[in-house]
Design a binder for this molecule. Structure first.
Ligand code: C5P
Length: 234
């Protein structure tokens, strides 16, 4: 994998025009384009096809969480769209994750199943909120617990904070992809991110893919920003 292939750009925009302009500028400079709830809800599945038509791999970040049958059917449709990676919530349980894995395998051409990534505990949830919901474990304990369940159910990776990567790598071994947002090169504005890490430190910690939004997309020259980050992680 080239250093630039580790970069996933978050297309956190609401129009097709803005999204495709970014893809055109960044094609070949980053590995994957992340389409999340805002862009997908605004533009529909057509936006996935349009990004792919420009040569971009798509990470469909819709964080599915529902009963096993419903999640499996949604994963099947995403697989038919040809997405490269996608997210589901691990707290949907092992049966749900297994159904999703099975659906992706069945719907994909041989060896082309999307990488299913498990979301564990959202970084917006702290200890207090988890207790309020009724969880008896700390966020850190929950993340490891859910990640192990995801591995057992056949998922391909985990989305986590960069600060959790070392512990996750230890708990999961080398076979699972670790994907982390909260990445900030030293030259970029921190914005609303709290527990951040630089691209270089993230790679050192064992991150496989990093989700980067504003340091690239809000830059005056997104292509140059992506190049700088790729150079840093090389
Ligand atoms: O602009 P920025 O680099 O902060 O974008 C990070 C991306 O990763 C956004 O799409 C954000 O929604 C996503 N994300 C995050 N923290 C999480 C999960 C997802 O920042 N815990």
């Amino acid at each position: 994998m080239k250093p630039a292939d580790k970069i996933i750009v978050a297309l956190d925009v609401k129009t097709e025009k803005e999204a495709l302009a970014l893809v055109k500028k960044l094609k070949g400079k980053v590995g994957v384009f992340k389409i999340g709830k805002e862009l997908f809800t605004a533009c529909g599945p057509a936006i996935v096809k349009k990004v792919q038509k420009l040569g971009g791999k798509v990470f469909l970040d819709l964080k599915f969480h529902d009963i096993p049958n419903t999640v499996a059917k949604a994963v099947l449709q995403a697989t038919k769209l040809g997405v490269y990676m996608m997210t589901i919530h691990t707290s949907g349980g092992v049966e749900m994750m297994k159904a999703a894995t099975q659906a992706a395998k069945e719907a994909a051409p041989k060896g082309k199943a999307p990488i299913l990534l498990g979301v564990t505990i959202l970084t917006s949830l702290d200890d207090k909120t988890l207790k309020e919901i009724g969880f008896k474990y700390t966020p850190e304990q929950m993340v490891i617990r859910l990640a192990k369940m995801a591995k057992a159910a056949g998922l391909g990776g985990i989305v986590s904070s960069p600060k959790e990567v070392k512990k996750l790598r230890k708990a999961l071994g080398a076979s699972m992809f670790l994907v982390t947002p909260g990445i900030r090169p030293i030259w970029a504005a921190v914005g609303d991110q709290k527990r951040i890490m630089t691209p270089k430190d993230a790679v050192k910690a064992g991150v496989d893919f990093m989700v980067i939004g504003r340091p690239i997309t809000a830059s005056k020259n997104p292509a140059q920003a992506a190049d700088l980050i790729a150079k840093e992680i090389a």
